[in-house]
Design a protein. Structure first.
Lengths: 209, 209
DNA sequence: CGAGTCGTCAAACAAGTGTTTTAATTGATG
DNA sequence: CATCAATTAAAACACTTGTTTGACGACTCG
C-alpha cells in the first residue's frame, strides 16, 4: 500500500512548510521534494493545491473537534455549573492532548490556524466554517451561558479578543519565547504559557462594563 | 513635479492592495496598473518590492510613532500616576487621530500591522524593530510601571496577549462586524469596538495571578 | 542652443509557478 | 502468465513573477 504512504508524506511535509512560510510562499516543488515524492503526486492524489491545503486542515481539525465535542458532552452531562475558566481550560486541554497524542507540534497548528484567518484564502475560511462551524457555535453558546449579564454583542467581541490573543501569541510562541529568554533569561514552556493565558482570558471575559 | 506624484500613487495603491491580499499575493503589475503608472516605476523609485513594502510601513508608522512619543512626553510631564487604562486609551486615541487626520482607513493599517507579524517577512520585522523598537519599549516600560506586583515575564506575556487581541480583531474588523450584524442586527463602529477593547484589555493586564 | 540629468515607457529577461500529459512501473486478480 | 487498473515518473505546458534594458521625451542649467 504505497498510496497511503505518499499521501501521508505529502501531508506531513505540507503541514510543516505551510506553518513555516505560509501557503503562497510554499511551492508544490518544495513540498514534493522534501516529502521525497514526485511533483505530479499532489495533483494526482489531492486534485489541486487548494484541496491539499484543505486536507492539511481536515487532518488535524476533525479529530480535535470531535474530542472537544465529547468533552463538552461530558461536562454538560455532569450538569454542575460550567464556569468560563473551566470551559477555557477544557478547550486548551483538549487541544494539547490531541496534538501531543499524535506526536506533533502544537505551535505549528496555532500557526496554521492563524494563517487560516489572516492569509485571506477565502476557500479555506469557507471550508472550515462549513465543516466545523456548528461545534464552535456550541462552545460559544456554553461560554455565553457562563457569563450572564453580558449582552450578546459585547460577548462576541470579547470572544474574538480572546481568539486573537490565543492565536496570535501561540502562533508566535517561539519568537516571543526567544525574546523573553534573551531579556530575562527565563524559559517559558507552552504549558506555562497556557496557564498564564487561561486566567488572563477569563479576566477579559469577566471585565466590568 | 511628476516624481512625487508617481511615488505617492504607488504607495497609495500598494497600501490598499497589500492590506487586502497580502504581500506575495499582490504583484507589482497589479500595483502599477491600479496606480496608473508604468511597471518599471517601482524598481526605479524604490529599488525593489521589499523596499516598497518597507516604504509603505514607514509612511504611516513614522508619524504615528512620533505622535505617540509626544503624547507620552505630555503624560509624563503632568506626573500624575499613569494608570494602565489611561495608557491604553492614549495609544488607541493617538492611532485613530493619526489615521483619521490623513483621511485613511484605520482597519487597513491594523491589517498591515497584522501582516507584518504573521506573514513572516523577516526583513519587515527587522526593519520595524530597528526603526521603532525604542519608542515601544518606552510605552511598555510605562505600562509596566502602572502594574506593580506583576513579575516581568507575566507582564510581557500579557502584553503580547493584548497585542494579539488588538491586531487580530481590528484587522478582521469588517468580517467580524458583518457576522455580528447578520446575527444580531447590531452595527458596531470602530470607535465602539475600541471602547469595548480598552476595558477588556485592561482587565486582562490586571488579572489576579 | 546644446549637454545632461531625470523620469517614463514598451519590451524583453530569466526564473519560478500550478497543472497536464504521456509513458513507464508496479501489484494484485482472473 | 497475462491483464488491467492504480500509481509513479519525467517532461512539457502555459502563465505569472520581479527585475533589467535601452530608447525616448521633458526639463534645467551653463
Amino acid at each position: 500500500m504505497t498510496q497511503t504512504d505518499t499521501v501521508g508524506r505529502i501531508l506531513d511535509a505540507a503541514e510543516v512548510l505551510f506553518a513555516e512560510r505560509g501557503f503562497t510562499e510554499t511551492s508544490l516543488r518544495t513540498i514534493t521534494s522534501t516529502a521525497g515524492v514526485n511533483l505530479a503526486a499532489v495533483n494526482y492524489h489531492f486534485g489541486s493545491k487548494k484541496e491539499l491545503i484543505q486536507a492539511v486542515f481536515e487532518r488535524f481539525l476533525t479529530p480535535f473537534t470531535r474530542s472537544l465535542v465529547e468533552e463538552l458532552d461530558r461536562r454538560e452531562a455532569m450538569d454542575e455549573p460550567l464556569s468560563a475558566e473551566r470551559l477555557l481550560d477544557s478547550l486548551y486541554r483538549v487541544a494539547m492532548a490531541n496534538l501531543e497524542r499524535e506526536g506533533r507540534n502544537p505551535q505549528r497548528f496555532m500557526r496554521l490556524l492563524g494563517l487560516a484567518y489572516t492569509q485571506s484564502q477565502g476557500h479555506l475560511r469557507r471550508f472550515i466554517v462549513s465543516r466545523y462551524g456548528d461545534s464552535y457555535q456550541r462552545f460559544a453558546g456554553l461560554l455565553s451561558k457562563a457569563l450572564p449579564g453580558l449582552d450578546p454583542v459585547t460577548f462576541y467581541w470579547r470572544l474574538y479578543f480572546m481568539l486573537g490573543a490565543t492565536i496570535f501569541t501561540l502562533s508566535s510562541f517561539d519568537a516571543i519565547e526567544a525574546i523573553l529568554k534573551e531579556d530575562f533569561g527565563a524559559e517559558s514552556s507552552l504549558q506555562e504559557t497556557l496557564e498564564r493565558l487561561v486566567p488572563a482570558a477569563a479576566a477579559m471575559l469577566h471585565a466590568d462594563l
